[in-house]
Design a protein around this ligand. Structure first.
Ligand code: B12
Ligand code: SF4
Ligand code: SF4
Length: 344
């Protein structure tokens, strides 16, 4: 019995020897693929393309063992992971005008895509194949509600010496602090050497992230309730889209729909779908004073820092999306009297 009758086309009647592409390929000088590349060279390429820092990790590294299989599924030739960070404009991320923070996320998304593409072009010119998993989106919705992203950037960045995970679960770079976006490029070539994790954690355990987190996602004890964060921060995006659709299709008219979603909420969905951004939070990143470039203003005048950066976010009037229940609603109004609980 013949296998794969339907999958493998029969080419026995084709004369490939006379095809122009095959002739050109055979006549061209053979490209010799380098077995191993310089770590310094690749990091220089990534930084020249626009990244603010970069580090490299081998596919067999222990810290990313749990990701190895999914990375190889996406790219079976993977040998090296290049982690890179792009610095955000902290003044925008800290502002209580959240369109500034959103604008920064949108801009960085586009910038990082461009950086990745520039690096891939240089690699391709050197006979190296590479992939550029998304910074955040697109994700594989076939896997909903499981793990839908190709690579977890934070553990790769930590293994590559670009920082450590702080109390708030974001990666903190030793110089730029939490105000960084992360990317990972994966290539088919090994390097002459690799980076190692940083010898200290830049997190200073000030717990400002706990004090500002409206959903209680970040516990004092270091726990993290990612669903609490998801339902609020991503209300107008991934987290809330299904419930928005449900509100829409289960309402018999606009009046009934408006009882479920007010016009401001509908416009917020429109904005996030058409323009991007649309995070309702990110305050843990805003207030974090870690990183040598940011820590000064906190160390020199803690009171002023809190007054200027933490208090405006704590006192900001806004709706906070919480799981229904008297406990979560009461806890919100006790901690943040200006905020209104909106059960999801
Ligand atoms: C999924 C995701 C989220 C989820 C889950 C967050 C999380 N901690 O995992 C939610 C929606 C909550 C989220 C929120 C935010 N995110 Co986010 N997010 C991601 C994403 C796509 C994967 C994260 C990941 O690897 N998680 C797994 C492990 C490594 O995380 P962990 O904290 O150690 O473990 C937790 C999760 O595993 C979670 N968990 C448990 N079971 C499951 C199941 C599923 C399906 C998921 C998704 C998670 C999950 O609970 C664990 C413990 O609490 C990355 C992009 C990427 N592809 O890497 C961006 C990323 C981590 N996010 C980022 C940012 C900026 C944010 C926000 C600030 C966005 C905003 N403006 O509101 C907030 C901050 C919340 C916080 N304090 O972490 C940046 C972080 C930059 C940095 N300096 O570290 C990343 C790296 C995007 C990027 N390319 O820069 N995010
Ligand atoms: S705000 Fe403070 S405790 Fe939280 S991650 Fe930053 S340095 Fe660590
Ligand atoms: S993004 Fe907001 S809700 Fe999510 S962990 Fe940070 S402060 Fe908390």
């Amino acid at each position: 019995m013949k296998h794969n009758d339907h999958d493998v086309p029969d080419i026995s009647g084709l004369d490939l020897n006379n095809h122009p592409s095959v002739i050109a390929y055979r006549q061209a000088p053979k490209k010799i693929k380098q077995e191993s590349l310089s770590r310094k060279w690749i990091k220089k390429v990534v930084c020249e393309a626009g990244a603010d820092d970069a580090g490299v990790v081998e596919i067999d590294r222990l810290e990313i063992k749990d990701q190895k299989q999914s990375i190889l599924t996406a790219f079976p030739l993977a040998k090296t992971l290049i982690s890179f960070v792009c610095r955000m404009n902290a003044a925008q991320i800290q502002s209580q005008d959240r369109t500034l923070a959103d604008g920064e996320f949108i801009a960085l998304d586009a910038e990082m895509l461009l950086i990745s593409r520039k690096v891939v072009k240089v690699l391709r010119e050197n006979g190296i194949a590479a992939i550029t998993p998304s910074e955040g989106f697109p994700q594989d919705m076939n896997k909903w509600p499981g793990k839908m992203f190709t690579v977890s950037h934070k553990p790769v960045a930590a293994a590559a010496g670009l920082g450590h995970i702080g109390h708030h679960r974001l990666l903190i770079h030793p110089v730029f602090g939490s105000h960084v976006c992360l990317g990972t490029l994966i290539m088919d070539t090994a390097l002459d050497s690799y980076d190692q994790p940083l010898g200290f954690n830049p997190c200073i355990s000030c717990k400002l992230c706990v004090s500002v987190c409206p959903t209680g996602a970040i516990g004092k004890d270091g726990s993290f309730q990612f669903l609490n964060c998801l339902v609020h921060a991503y209300r107008d995006r991934l987290g809330g889209f299904l419930s928005w659709t449900e509100a829409l299709v289960t309402s018999k008219d606009m009046e009934e729909y408006r009882q479920k979603r007010n016009d401001s909420e509908t416009m917020a969905v429109w904005q996030s779908l058409t323009y991007g951004g649309g995070y309702r939070c990110g305050y843990c990143m805003s207030v974090c004073p870690a990183g040598s470039d940011l820590i000064g203003s906190y160390i020199d005048s803690r009171k002023e820092y809190i007054q200027a950066i933490v208090k405006p976010l704590q006192e900001r009037k806004e709706s906070v999306y919480v799981f229904p229940g008297p406990e979560s609603e009461a806890s919100l109004s006790k901690r943040f009297p200006n905020k209104t609980a909106r059960p999801v």
